[in-house]
Design a protein around this ligand. Sequence first.
Ligand SMILES: [Zn+2]
Length: 476
Amino acid sequence: MTLVEQIQLLAQQKEEKIWQLNQKVWEYAELNWQEFRSAEATALALEEEGFTVTRNAANLPTAIVAHYGTQGPTIGFLGEYDALPGLSQQAGCPEHQVLETGAAGHGCGHSMLGAGAFGAAVLLKELIANGTITAQVEFFGCPAEEDGAGKAHMAREGLFQHLDAIFTWHPDSANHVMGTSTLAVMGVEYSFTGITAHAAGAPYAGRSALDAAELMNVGCNYLREHMIPEAKLHYAYRDTGGTAPNVVPAHAALHYYIRAPKVSQMLELFQRVNKVAQGAALMTETQVKWKVIDACSDFIPNRPLSQLLAESLAELGAPAFDEQDQQLAKKFQATIPERQQQENLSNSCLSSGLRYADYQGLALDNHTPAYIHQPQHAEMGSTDVGDASYCAPTAQCYLACCALGTGGHTWQFTAQSNSSIGKKGTIQAAKVMALAAAKAASSPEQLALAKQEFLQDVPNGYTCPLPAPEQKEGEQ
Ligand SMILES: [Zn+2]
């Protein structure tokens, strides 16, 4: 039996178990750092499959690491399981029908992401157990991808450094292997403290923290012209200092996101934004403190491993959607404006080399594009997979789990994350990653090439952009 035939057969045997894990996690729909039931369900499923599971990995209550095997190269799979606030939606339903008002939902498909990575780990374990390959497999249950950068915390504790290869995936509407980079990002809270006073009676006695926050934003808007063009700044008010116009606000706070193509550029920009905050405090005679909330690195796609993923995708093919799936996908597409479908596909097009027109007329993707290595292009988002990619050679694929043009973080995505469409994409993702991993594990040459490229890309090793807890805050 060929490797592909073995994986097809094993996947048939494990399919229901993989999908049941998705359904559990989808129903729990737990937010970042709160994924207690999701992590436990994943840990139990891994234990049933013979893995040794470490809970509370990296001292994070909802992080797990599972290990199987005793010899050979170590292959890691990254799973996630956090949901998004306010995206509750009925499973498989192509109309906006909330399950529970205000509740969280899997609008980014991380329930599938975790289950698919679990599936890949289980399939690889079976190939080790039946003597087809010699390797060790590790599954990482990574918390708080949406907000909190769980993998950066895990990377800081050295959980990924020993791996020979890392494979992961993300549910998408189009099949492709990611050859692009992502932006490094840092979330920082700036809190200003002033002196309150009667705004009409004694304004000269007051020092407005809100003025300082406003001036910081003005300063950053001027800073934009003098940043590298790919860098981005976004801000939101966390605290406007109160609701009474006749009181000088003694406190105000801003939440900044600082993004740049490389983590080193992001850290430089962070220092410049700090200077603007200091300037605003100086002008208003207030004090400013900053606190890093989270941070993650840019993604470095590893070419040899990514090529293995793309080859495996081509050999196994796109998920085999049936007529019923096509009809359901058309109903979802009908709820998304054409322009938005186009925008939602833009990152996929960048990676796959296909144009939007190539997808037109299709409800579900049937392409298996070749790999295009273009790390100089950064997608306009961020992921903490970046931190793993600074620790070991990493590759990431995307499998169609929803109608073409479905956007992430939407009710449509939540619905399809627990549908027959999502199921076929998730099982296919498990197979594609397991095949690529089995090929890598049985080819010392491929692993050596992956390592060689990794050392060229990350000559100075990994520096976690999350500061150590005692250095998280600064003030002026
Ligand atoms: Zn996601």
